[in-house]
Design a protein around this ligand. Structure first.
Ligand code: AMP
Length: 467
């Protein structure tokens, strides 16, 4: 069965003599939350591309020895959670093509038809390739023909039909580019002479760099010894995935000029404003993503915040493995309830999202078992009714609980006293940005980029209009 996975992280650094691979290591370490299955770094000394990729967490995969062998003053790196083609190390990134280019991608191409046709026409094998590898091959094809990396990206760009925030490294240049909707994040920063590109701003702070700006949707940035150049490859139609605010991004990051922490606090405030009648004695976050929302709720409502769910800090996000087996057991290892805090109380529990409902159900039970009088489950985002095709490997639609059940039915299923969600408009309002800049497809089924053959997997039935 497909599971709910995280998106990937990309990182790139130019002009960091002696320390490029180390800086990439620290950057990827800061971006660990975006992908925990595999990690890879590729560097260049201007003549040769060196790389190392393996399965596991950043801190486990690399050693001093390995980093020393990754020589050169420029590097790119990737943390991966399989969004396509399974989870073997075969598809770990960066992808290297003929000692010419190293390439790393965050996102997903819902259809690779155009790319496949192009590669086949040019007699390039495509068997068993992930969407990211096909993209790398197209760029490599043009470079083999004598094009520079930015020229090769410009020529291949129309073949990339989907969501992508990418970094690519040649012997001379580091290139970063985003799809015209800018569905996945990508930022550019500076640290003295070093120029850095990363999925999120937290990677900059890890190495002492400062944010310059975002790579714009539809933009390609070329970093070379001649400086930083920008080229617009397609007209921007920004549709940033609001799920980055809900769950993915680290709360110490800035996205679209907004503090993720502040936006999450606003989600909590809006949750209270939209459901003012819920009577609770304490508000408890499900650690850790929803902590800012619980703070926001507490500040808006005056209900005391209690950290009555304790997370074992050595367990990473529950979704590490793609297989469902043992999830409940893992949740128990991950979370424990402070009985004395919840006993006899009307508990308001806040989670950032409910996807399958498989996390919420055991949490509600744990709270009742610990003596809670009532458990009011409050979700700091809207019901997830539609699968994602842009870089999160969400379950099929039939496994998204809100596409199958009404809110009342979900409440019964998870065993809570009440269940409330934030509205889509409430989420948008909390960001302080206009609705039109967001991809809200998980919540409203409006896919801003064609999803091609996946269209037939989606049901837009009456449930969408019930709640
Ligand atoms: P579920 O148990 O399927 O309802 O998933 C909801 C829980 O998973 C919430 O506690 C979220 O914090 C977390 N979550 C939401 N989206 C994702 C995702 N794409 N990857 C991993 N965890 C997620």
């Amino acid at each position: 069965m497909r599971d709910l996975n995280e998106k990937c992280a990309v990182f790139g650094i130019f002009n960091a003599p002696e320390i490029a691979s180390r800086q990439a290591y620290f950057g990827l370490f800061a971006l660990q939350h975006r992908g925990q299955e595999q990690t890879g770094i590729a560097t260049t000394d201007g003549k040769k591309i060196f790389s190392y990729k393996n399965s596991g967490l950043v801190s486990q995969v690399y050693t001093e020895e390995i980093l020393k062998k990754l020589v050169g003053s420029s590097a790119i790196g990737h943390n991966r959670y399989s969004t396509s083609r399974g989870s073997t190390t075969d598809h770990a990134q960066p992808t290297i093509i003929n000692n010419t280019v190293a390439f790393a991608h965050n996102g997903n191409l819902p259809s690779t038809k155009a790319l496949l046709e192009f590669l086949k026409k040019n007699k390039i094998s495509t068997e068993e390739n992930s969407d990211s590898e096909l993209m790398a091959k197209a760029i490599g094809f043009y470079m083999k023909k004598g094009k520079s990396l930015p020229e090769a990206v410009t020529l291949s760009y129309p073949l990339f039909t989907g969501a992508f925030s990418c970094v690519a490294l040649s012997h001379k240049e580091l290139v970063a580019f985003r799809d015209p909707r800018g569905i996945r994040p990508l930022v550019i920063g500076k640290n003295g002479k070093e120029t850095i590109v990363a999925s999120e701003t937290c990677a900059f702070r890890a190495i002492g760099a400062d944010l310059l700006r975002e790579v714009l949707p539809g933009e390609m940035i070329t970093i070379s010894k001649n400086g930083i150049k920008s080229k617009i490859l397609a007209r921007a139609e920004p549709k940033f995935d609001i799920f980055e605010f809900v769950y993915f991004s680290r709360h110490d990051c800035t996205v679209l000029g907004k503090s993720v922490y502040q936006v999450r606090k606003n989600f909590g405030k809006m949750l209270f404003e939209e459901h003012p009648k819920i009577k609770i004695d304490i508000v408890v976050p499900v650690p850790e993503t929803s902590i800012p929302s619980a703070i926001g709720y507490s500040q808006a409502s005056g209900v005391p915040l209690e950290l009555a769910l304790n997370k074992n800090r050595y367990i990473h996000r529950t979704f590490i493995e793609p297989a469902q087996t043992g999830r409940d057991e893992k949740l128990k290892m991950k979370l424990s309830v402070l009985r004395s805090v919840v006993k006899g109380k009307r508990v308001g529990i806040i989670d950032d999202s409910v996807v399958r409902g498989t996390t919420s159900k055991p949490i509600v039970k744990m709270l009742f078992d610990a003596g809670a009088k009532e458990v009011h489950f409050m979700v700091a985002s809207a019901p997830v009714k539609f699968p994602d095709f842009y870089g999160i490997d969400t379950p099929k639609q039939e496994n998204l609980i809100a596409s199958q059940k009404t809110i009342k039915e979900i409440c019964k299923f998870i065993g809570a006293t009440s269940l409330s969600y934030l509205s889509v408009d409430g989420m948008v309002k909390a960001t302080g940005l206009p609705k039109k800049v967001f991809c809200l497809s998980a919540f409203n089924g409006e896919y801003p980029l064609p999803i091609f053959e996946h269209e037939k997997e989606i049901k837009y039935d009456s449930l969408k209009f019930k709640d």
